[in-house]
Design a protein around this ligand. Structure first.
Ligand code: SF4
Length: 259
């Protein structure tokens, strides 16, 4: 297995440090009071928002206070209870099946190992890492959700698309002990700054160490700006040297002047 390049490790440490200053209180944004609640909330959060899930789980955890209560629930009633989170038929099925397995195999307690967690219906490595890292303080791996996937690629930490491969790459360069916090910070940064469609590179604290800051194109110019550019191109060229990169010079980082 190839070893990670030292500069990649150093950059991962720097990214983590900067994000720790930007998001000092980063934590999973799902409400929970115990590992079981976080497990159920994480299953419900697929293709939904934490805001929506937190609204739903507020009443849900009152109605079904433990794994046994979830295990005894009827599919039809659970579908109504979780409907607002979307994909409610599959989610209702998953939370009931998962709860039954926890009751039957683990005496109603959420298991504390990755191997046991991923054997539960509806639970993959991502959900297991969320629960282990945030509710049990056990670092078995790194949470890889859609934000961590996107940012890991943009930051040059991985070339992979598969979550397990991405997690393996990250575990080589992020110091253990920081795995959960690193993922929580990356997720917040992905929600607030490095968003999928339009990353806010000019206002990003990672701008000068992110290899994608130069690659992501700015918004297309507005019609007014296009007209201004056309007018400028009609005037004689300025005597100032061109800023175009020559083949031998290092790449210049694009910096927006817009706030
Ligand atoms: S510089 Fe841009 S692409 Fe890189 S992490 Fe920041 S917002 Fe994302």
């Amino acid at each position: 297995m190839p070893m990670p390049r030292p500069n990649l490790k150093a950059r991962a440490v720097e990214v983590n440090q900067r994000l720790s200053h930007a998001y000092p209180d980063a934590r999973v944004e799902l409400d929970f009071t115990n590992p079981f609640e976080l497990l159920i909330a994480t299953i419900l959060a697929a293709q939904s928002t934490h805001v929506r899930v937190n609204i739903v789980t507020k009443g849900l955890f009152r109605k079904y206070p433990n794994a046994q209560a979830f295990a005894n629930a009827s599919q039809v009633e659970m579908e109504v209870d979780v409907k607002q989170t979307g994909f409610f038929r599959n989610k209702a099925k998953a939370v009931i099946a998962c709860s039954k397995a926890i009751v039957e195999r683990h005496g109603g307690e959420v298991p504390r190992t990755m191997a046991e967690l991923v054997e539960l219906p509806g639970v993959g490595r991502k959900t297991a890492n969320v629960v282990l890292g945030n509710a049990m303080n056990i670092e078995a791996g790194i949470i890889v959700d859609t934000h961590v996937t996107r940012l890991s690629g943009r930051l040059g930490f991985t070339k992979h698309a598969d979550p397990v491969d991405i997690e393996t790459d990250l575990m080589k360069i992020v110091p253990k002990g920081e795995w959960t916090k690193f993922a929580n910070r990356l997720i917040l940064h992905g929600r607030r700054i490095c968003i999928a469609r339009k990353p806010d590179c000019p206002n990003c604290v990672l701008n000068d160490i992110c290899p994608s800051a130069v690659l992501i194109k700015a918004d297309p110019p507005s019609p007014a700006k296009s007209r201004a550019r056309t007018a400028r191109s009609a005037t004689p060229p300025s005597p100032t040297p061109s800023r175009t990169r020559t083949s031998g010079s290092p790449p210049r980082r694009r910096r927006s002047t817009k706030g």
